[in-house]
Design a protein. Structure first.
Length: 135
């Protein structure tokens, strides 16, 4: 998390996961639904004036590596290796006026409309439009 400039901020992460669980007293296996790695990066550019009015735009992406799934049910025979990298791109914009007291916010998740699965399939592209007023 940080700022590249006074008006451009970012947040990002990367994690390498090495999770294992015992199967017998001498063997282990990877835990289901734990991707071998995950990463994300999001940027936000502010065009707000000193009166806190104006536009902000944001965007970024999430990506995760392969993982084991219990996609075929429960039990040892249900495990399936999902051997692909999955990613989703998210975009957003907000506009503020009235000294920043009124905010209209639009966000679009999974702009690329790609398949993104971990415990459940994430819906395809989704939109959210909201209005907020601060007293």
């Amino acid at each position: 998390f940080g700022s590249l400039t006074k008006r451009l901020s970012f947040t990002g992460s990367y994690a390498k996961n090495e999770s294992r669980q015992p199967v017998t007293s001498t063997t282990t296996r990877e835990i289901a639904f734990v991707p071998r790695w995950t990463a994300n990066l999001f940027l936000k550019q502010s065009f707000l004036g000193s009166d806190h009015n104006g536009l902000e735009v944001s965007g970024g992406g999430r990506v995760m590596g392969p993982f084991w799934s219990n996609a075929k049910g429960v039990g040892a025979d249900s495990r399936v290796f999902i051997d692909l990298n999955q990613y989703a791109i998210d975009l957003g914009a907000s506009y503020r006026w009235g000294g920043g007291r009124h905010i209209v916010d639009l966000s679009v998740n999974n702009v690329n409309n790609s398949w993104f699965f971990l415990v459940r399939a994430e819906p395809p592209r989704s939109w959210r439009l909201s209005y907020r007023f601060t007293y």
